[in-house]
Design a binder for this molecule. Structure first.
Ligand code: DAH
Length: 356
């Protein structure tokens, strides 16, 4: 019995996992285990022998059973410790932010402008970036000989010889979307059209591709006063100031009559731009009452309908609001620049939650 005890206590102590332990249990105290077989021998013993051997065997069986269950509990504890070591997490460590990229200032400003005009009842219209001469010029009352065509440094699309389709251009402004929108829905209409435009020009304040937003509001009795109010509301909301002074300067565009360019009061003191104060004026857009010929070209009866239009440079107002000195940086795709000027991807500009 002592040999058996030493053997099994040793084996149990050395067991490395629960299935080894289970094998040992079967070998020692299972139905046909060594100790169970010894117990069967008790019947063949004399009563005196039995009196000492019986309790001793029972004690041995108990000892082995409790060694087995103690070892089982120890193995389970060790397995749990092992798992906890692997799954351990230090919640006091700083988080690891994932670089998600940022929203480009042009996209941000386009969203801001859209949110402001949407609040005033304007919906968003679109047109193609490659458009015909007709939509980009003629329909807007800019005939072939008009100096405005030359001024715009237009990119003309190449046509193969014998291809007699009408000439196409990269649109030089978003104004052709006025024509397309009125053709589509007629009057009354209230839309803005943000998008890319193209001109062959390149320096600190000009890039061959840039962005404009067109505005158009046609109804029975829309006047310059409505234009002025809408633009004032826009500028206040966009620059996030309570008060702003606008200056309407008489100007000329073939597609509006009368026409005005609009400047905002600002100061450049200390090299930073402040909107709404100071003695400087800064031009931000062109506008006017839509020319009767333009309405007519778009299928809207000018004896019944009238309204205003405006065209604004998105890149320009982005530079102004966010203090970006060189327009060309917008198109360099420099990640460091984007991280500096970019906007969080999930911060969608709205009027109630704040634009920027
Ligand atoms: N299309 C003009 C440009 O690109 C801007 C403009 C001026 C648009 C007056 C308008 C407008 O709608 O009424 O320079």
């Amino acid at each position: 019995m002592n040999d058996l005890r030493d053997k099994y206590i040793g084996l149990i102590a050395a067991a490395g996992d629960e299935s080894t332990l289970e094998d040992l249990r079967v070998q020692a105290v299972g139905k046909k285990g060594e100790i169970s077989l010894l117990m069967r021998e008790l019947g063949k013993m004399s009563p005196e022998e039995r009196q000492t051997a019986g309790p001793a065997l029972n004690a041995l069986k108990d000892e082995i059973n409790s060694a087995l269950s103690a070892k089982k509990a120890a193995l389970e504890d060790a397995a749990l410790d092992e798992r906890l070591r692997g799954e351990w997490l230090d919640v006091t460590l700083p988080g690891r932010p994932r670089r998600m990229g940022t929203i480009h200032p042009i996209s941000q400003v386009t969203e801001e402008v859209t949110a402001i005009f949407a609040d005033m009842g304007f919906s968003v219209a679109e047109g193609p970036q490659i458009d015909t001469d007709w939509y980009n010029f003629d329909a807007l009352n800019i005939p072939g000989h008009h100096p405005a065509r030359a001024e715009m440094d237009t990119f003309y699309m190449h046509r193969a010889e014998g291809d007699n389709r009408p000439p196409h251009v990269l649109r030089t402004h978003t104004s052709p979307v006025q024509i397309r929108s009125m053709e589509k829905t007629g009057a009354p209409i209230r839309v803005i059209a943000p998008g890319r435009v193209y001109r062959a020009d390149y320096d600190q304040t000009h890039t061959p591709m840039f962005h404009q937003v067109e505005g158009l509001a046609i109804d029975k009795d829309i006047s310059m006063a409505n234009l002025k109010w809408v633009l004032e509301e826009f500028v206040k909301a966009y620059f996030e100031v309570d008060d702003v002074e606008l200056r309407f300067r008489a100007s000329h565009f073939p597609f509006t009559e009368p026409s005005a360019e609009v400047d905002i009061r600002c100061s450049w003191e200390g090299g930073t731009l402040k909107v709404g104060e100071g003695d400087d004026w800064l031009e931000i857009l062109g506008s006017g009452m839509v020319h009767p010929k333009v309405l007519q070209n778009a299928g809207v009866d000018p004896s019944e309908w009238q309204g205003f239009a405006f065209g604004m440079g998105i890149d320009r107002i982005a530079m102004l609001k966010y203090g970006i000195p060189d327009l060309r940086a917008f198109f360099d795709s420099d990640l460091r620049w984007l991280r500096h000027y970019g906007f969080a991807a999930l911060d969608v500009p709205t009027l109630h939650a704040g634009l920027s």
